[in-house]
Structures are given as C-alpha cells and as structure tokens.
Design a protein around this ligand. Structure first.
Ligand code: MN
Length: 252
C-alpha cells in the first residue's frame, strides 16, 4: 500500500505509526509543513527504507515562514521530494496570497534549478493559479496534485501538463471527488490519506487507511481490489522512476 501524502511528524506518536506502517510494508511520503521540520522528520524516518520525508512549506503558514526559504534552499539538495507546497485561495487564507505565491514560485524555481523534484501540491480554491505557476516552471519536476478539487477546465489543463493526482478516502467519499477521479487517467493516480488531519466519522485516519481508498477505487473503476493494488504499485514505481532516470543513486 502507498500513502503519498501524510504528515507522520504531526501524529502524537510518529515512531509508533511509522513502525506499524513499516510492518505492513507500506511506501509512505511524509510531507512537512515547514523547512525547519524536515531535519527532525528525516532523522525519525532514517531507518525506514520505504518511508521518505518531503521538504515543504505549507501555503497556510507560508506568510509566517518566508524567512525559512533560505533553509529550504540549503536542504533541497538532500532530497528528491518536495511538499507540502502550493497555494490556498480559501477565504481564511486569501489575505496571505502574495506571500503564498512568493514562497511557491521561489520553491518551484529552486526545484527547476535543481533538475526537478517530485512535488506534493496543495491547490484548494487555487487550482488555476497553481497550474499557471507549474506551467511557467515546467522543469520543476513531477507535480502530484494532492486532494484536487478544481473545476473540470482546471482538471483538463492539469492532466495536459502532466500532473499526477493523489486521492484519499475523504475525496473518494464525496460525489464531487469521485467525478474528478473518473476523469483522471488511471495511470496518474496514487493513494494518500493526509493523516492525521483527516477523520472518517469519529475515527482518525492512519496511513494504512489507504486500503479504504483502494476499495473505493475498486468500486469506482469496476476493477477487483487486488488488481487496483497492483495498478497503484505500478504507478508508484513509474513515479519513482521519474527521479531514478535523473539520479541513478536513487533508492526507494
Ligand atoms: Mn496535507
């Protein structure tokens, strides 16, 4: 199983969650929300072969952490994974849109200069602007739009410019989420949970809750669960091969 977007460092007991996920043989990309969170997360996950931390600056807090862009730049050469980054255009965060854009564009430019990274991207209420930025910096790497909720024009554009999509149980529980996923080529989809921020009813999701997403995809696509799991693993290997082609030393 694969969770391409969760926040292991924000669980009350990250080591325990990482151990349980590792025991299940999971592949995990643990995104961070600030550059200063990366080193500790990297240390925590050092011994897990299939769990990698990503270097990020979340759009919701970008305005408070612009001074950490320097740290971001200095850490970027240590990782092939960048996230959580992006833009948030919802009412609560609209007022920080300038800072968000400054951080996002800076990060994309740095990723382009570094030869491209795998990017986990937040685009809530800002899909068109995110895609504009990605189009401008088309050497920034392989963008994976996490929990995409844009309209069908944005979706078509995103697919056209080569975006991938990570989808979780929450997105797959909504009508709108399912109608988006139906339009995405099967070979561009990866599972995620966005845990620990997501809940199903009263229960918090964990990385292994991606199994729910697999079952939901199986229903949506009309493909047996076991085959869905195989497809997702192939997709994951293709995603990773994007970097392997650039860096022969790559190891997931
Ligand atoms: Mn997230």
């Amino acid at each position: 199983m694969i969770d391409l977007h969760c926040h292991l460092d924000l669980f009350p007991n990250p080591g325990k969650v990482a151990n349980e996920a590792a025991a299940r043989g999971m592949y995990i990309l643990s995104v961070t929300t600030t550059p200063s969170a990366w080193s500790g997360t990297n240390r925590l996950l050092r011994d897990y072969k299939k769990i990698k931390p990503a270097l990020g600056l979340h759009p919701e807090i970008a305005h408070e952490r612009l001074h950490e862009l320097e740290l971001f730049d200095s850490l970027l050469c240590k990782t092939d994974y960048v996230g959580e980054i992006g833009l948030d255009g919802s009412t609560r965060f609209k007022k920080t849109s300038k800072s968000q854009k400054k951080a996002f564009d800076h990060i994309l430019r740095q990723c382009e200069n570094a030869g491209g990274k795998i990017l986990s991207i937040h685009s809530r209420n800002a899909a068109a602007s995110v895609i504009d930025s990605l189009e401008t910096r088309n050497g920034s790497g392989l963008p994976v739009l996490h929990w995409f909720s844009g309209n069908s024009t944005d979706l078509k554009r995103a697919i056209r410019i080569g975006c991938w999509f990570s989808v979780g149980p929450k997105m797959l529980s909504s009508k709108k989420g399912c109608s988006i996923i139906k339009e995405i080529p099967i070979d561009r989809i990866i599972t995620e949970t966005d845990s620990p921020f997501t809940r199903e009813g009263n229960l918090p999701l964990y990385p292994w809750s991606v199994e729910q997403a697999e079952i939901q995809l199986s229903r949506l696509w009309g493909i047996p669960h076991r085959e869905v799991r195989a497809i997702l693993l192939t997709n994951f290997r293709n995603l990773v091969a994007f970097k392997a082609a650039t860096y022969p030393s790559y190891s997931y």
